[in-house]
Design a protein around this ligand. Structure first.
Ligand SMILES: Cc1cc2nc3c(=O)[nH]c(=O)nc-3n(C[C@H](O)[C@H](O)[C@H](O)COP(=O)(O)OP(=O)(O)OC[C@H]3O[C@@H](n4cnc5c(N)ncnc54)[C@H](O)[C@@H]3O)c2cc1C
Length: 298
C-alpha cells in the first residue's frame, strides 16, 4: 500500500491516507462519503490481519497469532484496503475495508526512494496484529473488486489530468526556449528538427485534453445513468500519460545540456512523467482494458 501524504493534491480515485484523517479510504466520485456509508452498515465483529495476507474472521477479542504481520510495498491498485474474505470465490471473494491509521497494529515502514514525484511520500505500510472491525467494511461483503474497479475508472481521469499538466509544462518551456535560444546563428525553433517536435507535442497535448474532457463528461453522465465510463477513462489515461512522457522526452532534447541539468525543471518533468504510465494501471493494462472492451472478448 502506498501512502500519499497531503504534500501534493492526490488525484481522485487513489487510495490515500493523510496525517490528519488517520484513515486509509477509497476516495471516489462520492468523496469520503463511502466512509460514513460503511459505518452505517456496521456489523460489530472484528477481523484480524493475518500473516497469509488475508483477513480471517475471529471472535471479538481473539487476537490469535501474536506475530501477525503484513508488509506491503508497491501494491496493485486492487490490493488494499481489500482482503480476500473468501478466496475460493475469486473476484467475488474480495471485500474492501477502511484502515484506521492511528489504531494499534498499523504503522508506516520505510519511505520508498523514487525516480520522480518526490514531493509525494510513498512508503510501506505494516500490519502487525491489526484488528479490523467489520464496521469498517466498505460496501457489501464480496464487493471489494467492484469498488476497486469503480475507483480506478475515476482515478484514471485524475492521472490523465496530471499527465496533461506535465506535458503542458514541458511544451510551454520548450516553445519559449525554441524562440530564445540561438545556435549556429539561428533561433533553434527555425530548425525543422526542433519545430516538428513542437508540432507533435502540441497536437498530442490537444488530443489528450479532448480525451480527458470526453472521459470527464462520461463520468458526469454516469451519475444519472448509473453506467460505467471505463473505456473513456482508460483511453484518456493511456494517451495523456504517453503524451506526458513524449513531451518531457522532447523537452529534454530541445533544451539539450540545459535539459539534463538540475538547474532547470525540465529533467524533473522527465522524471515525473514516467509514473503516469505506471500507476492507476500501466499502459499495457490500459491497452488490455480498451482492446477487451472493443473486442468483447476475455
Ligand atoms: C510512486 C507510486 C505510487 C503508487 N501509488 C499507489 C496508490 O496510491 N495506490 C495503489 O493502490 N497503488 C499504487 N501504486 C502501485 C501501482 O498502481 C502499481 O505499481 C502498478 O499498477 C503496476 O503494478 P506492478 O508494479 O505490480 O507491476 P506488475 O503487475 O508486476 O507489472 C510488471 C509489468 O508487466 C506488465 N503486465 C502485467 N500484467 C500484464 C498483462 N496482463 N498484460 C500485459 N502486460 C502486463 C505491466 O504492464 C508491467 O510492464 C503506486 C506505485 C508507485 C510506483
Amino acid at each position: 500500500m502506498l501512502i500519499t501524504t497531503g504534500m501534493s493534491a492526490p488525484p481522485i480515485g487513489m487510495m490515500i491516507s493523510t496525517p490528519s484523517a488517520n484513515a486509509i479510504a477509497v476516495i471516489n466520485a462520492n468523496g469520503v462519503h463511502a466512509l460514513s456509508a460503511a459505518r452505517k452498515n456496521a456489523v460489530p465483529k472484528p477481523i484480524i490481519a493475518s500473516p497469509s495476507a488475508r483477513f480471517s474472521q475471529c471472535c471479538p477479542g481473539n487476537t490469535t497469532g501474536a506475530e501477525e504481520k503484513r508488509r506491503k510495498r508497491l501494491p496493485s491498485p486492487a490490493s488494499l484496503p481489500k482482503a480476500m474474505t473468501e478466496p475460493e470465490k475469486g473476484h467475488n471473494g474480495i471485500t474492501a475495508f477502511i484502515i484506521e491509521t492511528d489504531k494499534p497494529g498499523f504503522s508506516r515502514g520505510r519511505k520508498e526512494p523514487k525516480l520522480g514525484i518526490r514531493a509525494s511520500a510513498t512508503s510501506e505500510i505494516l500490519f502487525e496484529g491489526y484488528v479490523c472491525p467489520l464496521s469498517a467494511r466498505l460496501g457489501e461483503e464480496g464487493q471489494g473488486f467492484k469498488i476497486a474497479l469503480g475507483v480506478l475508472d475515476a482515478g484514471r481521469i485524475g492521472i490523465a489530468a496530471q499527465s496533461l499538466g506535465i506535458a503542458e509544462a514541458a511544451y510551454e518551456a520548450s516553445l519559449q526556449y525554441a524562440r530564445d535560444r540561438e545556435a549556429f546563428g539561428h533561433k533553434i525553433g527555425e530548425f525543422q528538427g526542433i519545430s516538428f517536435k513542437l508540432a507533435d507535442m502540441k497536437t498530442r497535448i490537444e488530443a489528450s485534453r479532448l480525451l480527458i474532457y470526453q472521459a470527464a463528461l462520461a463520468k458526469q453522465r454516469s451519475k444519472e445513468s448509473g453506467g460505467r465510463y471505463t473505456l473513456e477513462a482508460s483511453m484518456a489515461k493511456l494517451f495523456a500519460s504517453e503524451t506526458a512522457m513524449f513531451c518531457a522526452h522532447a523537452a529534454v532534447q530541445i533544451f539539450a545540456g540545459m535539459g539534463y541539468s538540475k538547474e532547470l525543471p525540465i529533467e524533473r518533468y522527465f522524471r515525473d512523467a514516467k509514473i503516469t504510465e505506471i500507476y492507476e494501471g500501466t499502459s499495457e493494462i490500459q491497452r488490455l482494458v480498451i482492446s477487451r472492451m472493443e473486442l468483447g472478448l476475455r
